[in-house]
Design a protein around this ligand. Structure first.
Ligand code: NOJ
Length: 592
């Protein structure tokens, strides 16, 4: 389960869109990267997107925190890996309460990450390597230090008052002032903060320093669309839309329902609150009108700009709505969290969810993702219980998950460090926690520092991440062996396997654009098996989800498969009868 969610967890007519005013953006052209088949598909349909948490990728100026020039310095690593686009977590000016997700200026770069000139250099250098830049756009809320909020909070009749959600409190049974309702912040406790100046409460879905914008006010939509244009005009390839399903709230402010356990008792969150179901504050149907207008605006730019959504949704039907259903006029790539966050090596569940996302979204392109800066890394699949010692086969498990990520018919989204098998390293002492939610909910939830530790480049000082005496988060002890430099020449490394799979996905026409057919059925409790076929080539993928070797046979698909990639020694041809799969073994082969 996603710990972030587990913890608690625009009215412009298209006609009014501003015409393009600036010179053609840097990415006005379509993808030119070599692929198996020249196709008219938008570039993002076959892409590998790589998330970078900028604080943690590469520090270029020795202050212990990563920056944009650091990312530019590491572009060759990304090129060698085969990445098509980088999504950079927010690097705008911010007080950094939520490490950038609290933005105080949407049209600049935070000085600790660099300057707009550094950003432009990054875009240009990335373009030379056929890598696109995707910005993280936080539309739900701003920082409380944003000029709009400062104005809004200054008086009840300020013109920006209605840009945020302000309400009177209510008088409780004891005569004391209480928040307007029982809505909870994702980070614990009431979602309302009292402001003594104007004697009203404002709503914040996340930290109190992240007041929610009022998206029912058309001026908010206009201002935010303008900021999106600012970056589109600078040549970004699109946006990852933060917390996009939380833009709107129920205007009546009705209380949320409580979530009950099987004994009929209200569930208590790690922060100690009575858990609510968030139906009044998440995924309201009116949000789709805003997204359609956003799509129209972004689509007015050349070069197949992409809208990716952070969409934690309850089921595939809800996910389909974020594509716009049959009309396909909303997000290009709402994230599918159904597959990657199963959080258990359960082959039948993977089979069902992978099938659903192929068949139940009106032919839209799935975006599969397994981890990010809010969730434990892939090593969570290696432990039976959170906190338990990882399984000895953890590298194999991570390679198997990578096999699914890169060989299913989907756009692939990976997180920095996955390619070397970095593990989650949470703080062991409350006083070391940086993510405020880890302090609020300690020790039940230790926050998200564990998945945000610095990238491990080599086995030297600060793992090659920095030259500083201390880095913003400590370097995990694993850096001595788990690092890019050590893994690069090692053909059995996680890094080598990632590179191989990404290259195959690019070069093999069936993996690039073939259809996908599940071979194993629900009777196969341990092995996930599917093919990708494009008429010329047929590729077989097998994944053993269990800790015991499995023997698997395929009939009706030919006699043998030539190994393209495998997590175990498998050179040459594998007969399709009685294939031996070691524990957590994954096999990709071309059927002959
Ligand atoms: C989702 C982001 O991924 C997370 O890091 C952030 O804390 C919340 N949205 C609020 O912006």
């Amino acid at each position: 389960m996603n710990p972030l969610r587990k913890l608690a967890v625009l009215a412009l007519a298209a006609a009014t869109l501003a015409p393009l005013a600036l010179a053609p953006p840097a990415h006005a052209q379509k993808a030119t990267a070599p692929t198996a088949a020249a196709s008219a598909d938008p570039w993002w349909k076959h892409a590998v997107v790589y998330e970078i948490y900028p604080r943690s990728y590469q520090d270029s100026n020795g202050d212990g925190t990563g920056d944009l020039n650091g990312i530019t310095d590491r572009l060759d690593h990304l090129k060698a890996l085969g990445v098509d686009a980088i999504w950079i977590a927010p690097c705008y000016p911010s007080p950094q309460v939520d490490f950038g997700y609290d933005i105080s200026d949407y049209e600049n770069i935070d000085p600790q990450y660099g300057t707009l000139a550094d950003f432009d250099r990054l875009v240009a250098e990335a373009k030379k390597r056929d890598i696109r830049i995707i910005m993280d756009m936080v539309l739900n809320h701003t920082s409380d230090k944003h000029a709009w909020f400062i104005e809004s909070a200054s008086s009840k009749d300020n013109p920006k008052r209605d840009w945020y959600i302000w309400r009177d409190g209510k008088v409780g049974a004891d005569g004391k002032m209480e928040p307007p309702n029982n809505w909870l912040s994702e980070f614990g406790h009431s979602a309302w903060k009292y402001d003594p100046t104007t004697k009203q409460y404002y709503y914040h879905k996340f930290y109190a320093e992240q007041p929610d914008l009022n998206w029912r006010n058309p001026a908010v939509e206009k201002a935010m669309f303008d900021s999106m244009r600012f970056w589109l005009d600078r040549g970004v390839a699109g946006f990852r839309l933060d917390a996009i399903d939380t833009l709107l709230e129920d205007p009546t402010l009705a209380d949320e329902d409580y979530v009950m356990d099987k004994d009929g008792k209200i569930v208590i969150t790690p922060a100690g609150d009575k858990k609510v179901d968030n139906k009044k504050t998440n995924n309201l149907p009116e949000v789709h009108d805003i997204i359609k207008r956003m799509r129209t605006m972004v689509a007015s730019y050349p070069g197949d700009r992409v809208l990716i959504g952070e969409t934690y949704l309850p089921n595939i039907q809800e996910l389909d709505k974020w594509y716009g259903g049959a009309a396909q006029d909303e997000l290009n790539l709402p994230m599918d969290m159904q597959v990657g966050f199963i959080n258990k090596l359960d082959a039948p569940k993977f089979r069902d969810r992978l099938t659903e996302v192929q068949t139940d979204v009106h032919g839209s392109q799935p975006l599969i993702v397994f981890d990010n800066h809010d969730n434990p890394r892939l090593d969570r699949y290696c432990t039976e219980k959170a906190g338990a010692a990882p399984n000895a086969n953890c590298d194999d498990i991570q390679k198997m998950l990578a096999t699914i990520l890169f060989t299913t018919k989907a756009t692939a989204l990976m997180y920095y460090g996955d390619e070397i098998g970095m593990s989650t390293t949470p703080p062991t002492r409350k006083e070391d926690v940086k993510d405020p939610v880890g302090i609020t909910a300690w020790p039940k939830f230790k926050g998200r520092d564990g998945e945000r530790t610095p990238m491990q480049w080599d086995d030297g000082k600060d793992a090659g991440f920095s030259t500083a005496a201390t880095t913003w988060l400590p370097i995990p002890p694993s850096f001595v062996t788990v690092n890019v430099k050590t893994e690069k020449p090692d053909q059995s490394s996680v890094l080598d396997y990632y590179r191989k799979l990404i290259m195959l996905r690019r070069k093999n026409s069936a993996l690039h654009s073939g259809t996908m057919e599940m071979l194993s059925t629900s009777a196969d409790a341990n092995v996930l098996a599917y093919t990708r076929t494009d008429g010329k080539t047929k590729v077989l993928v097998l994944c053993n989800f269990s800790a015991t070797p499995q023997v698997f046979s395929i009939t009706g698909h030919g006699a043998a498969a030539k190994t393209l990639a495998a997590t175990f020694p498998s050179l040459g041809s594998q007969p399709l009868k009685d294939i031996n799969l070691p524990a957590y073994g994954a096999f990709v082969g071309e059927i002959k």
